[in-house]
Design a protein around this ligand. Structure first.
Ligand code: NDP
Length: 311
């Protein structure tokens, strides 16, 4: 029986090993960089593109599992060894964390929390106009695992929700749009725009002066996708002109965001350091082990990355 190689930051290795062994105690697990005999490595479970070049040394490698949802870092050169499939995670806890982070920021903006904090700081007792949930339209870029969950959560609270994807979709209670025309139609009606796209050549820079300019005046932006989805200067310009009333940002380019970047101190920007959600190994382990077994038996793999589509 072949071995599973775990490769991530050293502090995460033992937790991943224990999580996988809890699902299948018979797994033979090796921890990077102590992989032992190269021909024994059958699957690699990794987080980070820095391992990809080295994976070419394992002649019988038949599966790579990435320990996250986004794979933009893996599709860049050198990419995985030719012919070795890559699976990503679709994990309930990771998705729940992302949906919670979206909801936190939707409610922050919807319930005028920045304004109330400013009033509190000034010791001003003043009621703002009541927000109307049914009139706060939410547009979600990316209606996949995470975007779909965020859309359902917001729709459940009574917000009108639209979602944009590459291919047509049918999701009860969500207005699904796709393609270039669908994008512009959605933007024009998005009081809160949420980005939960994968970063691909098609989606890089999608949040820019043109698309921000299509939003209703005073809209809000929530970006939990990748920093590369946004032209950061265009967000700043839109905030400063008032076209955007606020932005909640979890992802940046580069990361960490340099200390001198204006986002850090901008009064309308609410930042988290790429911490919207996390992979919890014990939650993700069952699907990883399932794929390890499938690869071993030659059965179809789950949650495969489509390298042609880039996600
Ligand atoms: P999925 O692959 O499940 O969903 C991606 C969605 O984006 C799909 O609806 C897809 O359309 C759509 N999409 C992709 N390309 C295009 C395009 N060119 N035009 C229109 N729609 C497009 O991914 P997840 O939901 O699991 O994850 C989404 C992203 O969230 C990740 O790639 C990552 O960047 C980010 N993320 C961020 C985290 C954080 O901590 N900030 C944590 C986890 C993920 P279709 O349905 O037609 O395929």
């Amino acid at each position: 029986m072949g071995a599973v190689l775990l490769a991530t930051k050293p502090s995460g290795l033992a937790m991943w090993r224990d999580a996988l062994l809890a699902v299948d105690p018979a797994l033979e697990i090796r921890l990077w960089p102590d992989w032992g005999r190269e021909e024994e490595i059958e699957s690699a479970v990794i987080w980070g593109a820095q391992y990809l070049a080295e994976l070419r040394r394992f002649p019988d490698l038949r599966l790579i599992v990435s320990m996250g949802a986004g794979v933009d870092h893996l599709v860049l050169p050198p990419g995985p060894p030719p012919g070795v499939p890559v699976a990503r995670l679709k994990d309930g806890m990771l998705t729940q964390g992302m949906a919670e982070w979206v909801l936190l920021n939707v409610l922050r903006f919807h319930r005028q929390d920045p304004e109330y904090r400013a009033l509190q700081a000034a010791r001003v007792w003043e009621e703002l106009p009541p927000p109307e949930t049914a009139k706060r339209r939410i547009g979600i870029l990316g209606l996949g695992e995470i975007g779909g969950a965020a859309a359902r959560l917001c729709a459940h609270l009574g917000f009108p929700v639209m979602g944009w994807s590459r291919r047509p979709k049918d999701q009860p209670g969500i207005e699904a749009l796709h393609g270039a025309a669908g994008l512009d139609a959605m933007l024009a009606r998005s009081d809160i725009l949420v980005c939960l796209l994968p970063l691909t050549p098609e989606t890089r820079g999608i949040i820019n002066a043109r698309t921000l300019g299509l939003l209703p005046p005073g809209a809000f932006l929530i970006n939990g996708g990748r920093g590369g989805h946004a032209v950061q200067e265009d967000i700043l310009a839109a905030l400063d002109s008032g076209a955007l009333a606020g932005a909640a940002l979890d992802v940046f380019e580069p990361e960490p965001l340099p200390p001198e970047h204006p986002f850090w101190v901008h009064p309308k920007v609410f930042m988290t350091p790429h911490a919207a959600s996390f992979t919890i190994p014990s939650s993700a382990a069952p699907q990883v082990v399932e794929n390890i077994h499938r690869a071993r038996d030659g059965r179809p793999l789950i949650n495969l990355v489509d390298f042609a589509a880039g996600y």
